[in-house]
Design a protein around this ligand. Sequence first.
Ligand SMILES: Cc1cc2nc3c(=O)[nH]c(=O)nc-3n(C[C@H](O)[C@H](O)[C@H](O)COP(=O)(O)O)c2cc1C
Length: 224
Amino acid sequence: MPELKSLDEIIRTRRASSDFDGSPIPDADLKKILDAGREAPSGYNIQPWRFIVVRDPGQRKKLRGAAFAQQKVEDASVVIVACAALKAWQQGDLELVIELGIKEGFVKAEGADGMRQAVEGALSAPPGDVCGWGPDWGVWGNRQVMIAFTHMMLMAEALGYDTAPMEGFVESQVKQVLEIPQQDVRVVALLGVGKLKGQDKAYGGRFPMEHTVFENSWGGKVSF
Ligand SMILES: Cc1cc2nc3c(=O)[nH]c(=O)nc-3n(C[C@H](O)[C@H](O)[C@H](O)COP(=O)(O)O)c2cc1C
């Protein structure tokens, strides 16, 4: 097995790539990338992500049309469309999470009812301030899915691939192309994975620490 790039190196050298050579990705690598997404943490372990792996050239062409004609949608080895299934927990997934927890020893059989009540209570909280629950399901879904998305992006980079995160798409059109349900599912982001063609673009730079990191309260100056 080839050695994986270190996390430190990935963070220093990863670029959002624009040009891919279109070479196919072996199933074994794709599986590792998807497994990295599946292993992500989520609130109550609800795992509301759904990933659509798009390799078919016809589908990629249509998907590109829903993504502001970005060439990389067709040229990457694969595009993973990361979605949030916002109500899956009410449609059976909560029970599956409890069963899984019992099987793995994380939940005791006698604790199942307590867990069910806790999760249902929290996720059915009235509109308000509770961690963005209530009406703000878009924030909730985004919060969970982007961690899984980032796991996949970093695993792809660790395996020696280049990656392209994308928010440039029309959600309704992506839904139409990929037959994603209109209700209760959001398309969060697209991830192109492949081998770079030519040179990556230059580093765009980042704000200095004091611009984006605060200490103790908003605007508080960091002490290092
Ligand atoms: C959530 C997200 C969405 C993005 N959407 C697009 C996109 O649709 N098209 C594109 O060319 N780049 C897109 N990018 C890439 C950013 O422009 C890029 O990450 C940023 O300029 C910093 O460059 P770097 O990732 O190479 O360091 C996106 C990045 C993120 C994280």
